[in-house]
Design a protein around this ligand. Structure first.
Ligand SMILES: [Zn+2]
Length: 286
């Protein structure tokens, strides 16, 4: 009897131990980092996204359960630059000394204070490198696997970047109106000008003077379309549309996927291409 117990305990130990050793436990804060990390880590990692898909990340706060997921991980990756203020607070007094954390914004030495670094494919390439390096450091025996995945996804992002550059260079207009200030990095990368109706956080209320200003810009630039985004209320865009006659299109800051997106198998790359399609329409592709 005792021998049976000992053998099963040893088996149990071996099983749980080898599970833990086989796969890295990676926790990421929100969708784009999930997609980038999953593409490189593939089946060699267990990955948990804290902010559920379909939830606007700017105002999200973790539960105690979320916090324990972070503290029990091997690797925690978040965006930084104020997108997840809770992460900075949490890590200040984190007890798990083995936990490796990546503040993506700092790791790629992004300039300026706009947190939306995932909307600039050139900055995404740096993010992929940081993720690859962290996975290899934690799990060197799978170096080759991570390298191959990294190279193949990098190529896809490079193709996307080129496609956006070529398409936007053939558009007549340069100015586009968005709801929250998510596309300034995208705009400056591709030589466009973004006019955001609210500030960095999508829940901020625009003041009436800003609205008058936006209406003026729309008229002066003969803008025919304005953009709203899936995770926030379209009310504001609708009122501008009534005021000025512009049509409304979606421009997704890809801060989370909707349930429909997930069902349709969409991802970062396909959402960026959807955005590009709508920008083509708004900016007059010829
Ligand atoms: Zn945002």
């Amino acid at each position: 009897m005792i021998r049976v117990i000992v053998v099963s305990l040893v088996l149990l130990f071996l099983l749980t131990h080898s599970f833990a050793q086989n796969k890295l436990n990676v926790v990421v804060s929100f969708y784009p980092i999930y997609d980038f990390t999953k593409n490189i880590g593939g089946e060699k990692i267990n990955i948990i996204t804290l902010i559920p898909f379909g939830v606007e990340p700017h105002d999200w706060e973790p539960t105690p359960k979320d916090i324990s997921k972070i503290l029990n991980a091997d690797l925690f990756i978040y965006n930084g630059a104020g997108l997840e203020p809770w992460a900075e607070r949490l890590l200040k007094d984190a007890k798990n000394k083995n936990l490796i954390t990546i503040d993506m914004y700092k790791s790629i030495s992004a300039k300026g204070d706009d947190p939306h670094i995932w909307l600039d494919p050139v900055l995404v390439k740096s993010q992929l490198r940081v993720i690859r390096d962290a996975l290899i450091k934690l799990d060197p025996k799978n170096r080759l696997y991570y390298e191959v995945n990294y190279k193949s996804y990098l190529k896809k992002v490079e193709t996307l970047d080129k496609e956006i550059k070529d398409t936007l260079s053939r558009c007549k207009k340069r100015v586009f109106v968005t709801s929250h200030n998510a596309f300034s990095r995208f705009a400056s990368r591709y030589g466009l000008i973004q006019i955001p109706v609210t500030g960095i956080s999508p829940e901020a209320e625009p003041n009436p003077r800003d609205l008058v200003e936006v209406t003026k810009i729309i008229k002066e630039n003969k803008i025919g379309y304005i953009f709203t985004e899936p995770l926030i209320s379209p009310k504001l865009a609708e009122s501008i549309s009534r005021e000025t006659g512009v049509k409304i299109l979606l421009l997704d800051p890809i801060e989370g996927l909707s349930k429909d997106d997930v069902k349709a198998g969409k991802d970062y790359l396909s959402k960026m291409r959807e955005n590009l399609g709508n920008l083509k329409l708004a900016l007059g592709y010829e």
